[in-house]
Design a protein around this ligand. Structure first.
Ligand code: GTP
Ligand code: MG
Length: 195
């Protein structure tokens, strides 16, 4: 479903700019720099499709991608620290929250968590918001190539414990490395199965 058929549709800066809700969609949320845009590139096999960089706050709009005729993939601005003026960051955060609460065709939010750091307070805020809006979310660990097996087990235990407190959390975790390709096929299959 992904190969060669993903296109950038539009960047959205206000709720009234969202595309017509004609397809089921999934979004990628997470702290700045966690690897949201890189994951979209890995999923679609198109390196430069979503702009990724080491500067936290790279993605500043809600970016829509079409996957064939079936889904929208949505790359979100990060939350937490960003390399941008406070007023600008607050504007993205408001938009991000309105989007997560108010998009009827949002079928699942993937909440990305850095596999080295586990779930932070800001992640829990977003998870609470999703639970209160009854949006199912699934936790995706990113950058698993950066840590050792023993460290991963410790983080997994923390993540599972925190997720168990959020009613909208999907119990299955996805472990990924956009760099090495781990977990990408699994995540593609999960998205393909959402309608
Ligand atoms: P914002 O748009 O700023 O919120 O960031 P983002 O979450 O979209 O992160 P982005 O994809 O831009 O990646 C941030 C940095 O992490 C980049 O330097 C990526 O190359 C790096 N990165 C992303 N995924 C991986 C991964 O799986 N492994 C490694 N080693 N680095 C990664
Ligand atoms: Mg980004």
């Amino acid at each position: 479903m992904f190969a060669g058929e993903t296109e950038f549709l539009k960047g959205v800066v206000a709720m009234n700019g969202l595309p017509e809700a004609t397809r089921p969609e999934v979004c990628f949320a997470g702290r700045s720099n966690v690897g949201k845009s890189s994951l979209i590139n890995a999923l679609t096999g198109r390196k430069g499709l979503a702009r990724a960089s080491n500067t936290p706050g790279r993605t500043q709009e809600i970016n829509y991608f079409t996957v064939g005729e079936s889904h929208f993939l949505v790359d979100l601005p990060g939350y937490g620290f960003a390399n941008a003026p406070l007023a600008v960051v607050e504007k993205w955060q408001r938009l991000l929250k309105s989007y997560l609460r108010g998009r009827a065709t949002l079928r699942r939010a993937f909440v990305l968590v850095d596999a080295r750091h586990g779930i932070k307070a800001v992640d829990e805020e977003i998870m609470a918001l999703l639970s209160s809006a009854a949006v199912t979310f699934q936790c995706v660990l990113t950058k698993t190539d950066k840590l050792k097996k023993g460290d991963l087990d410790r983080v997994l235990a923390q993540v599972r414990e925190k997720l168990s407190k959020h009613p909208a959390a999907y119990p299955e975790l996805v472990l990924t490395s956009s760099e090495k390709g781990d977990g990408i096929e699994t995540l593609r299959a999960i998205i393909a199965g959402i309608d």
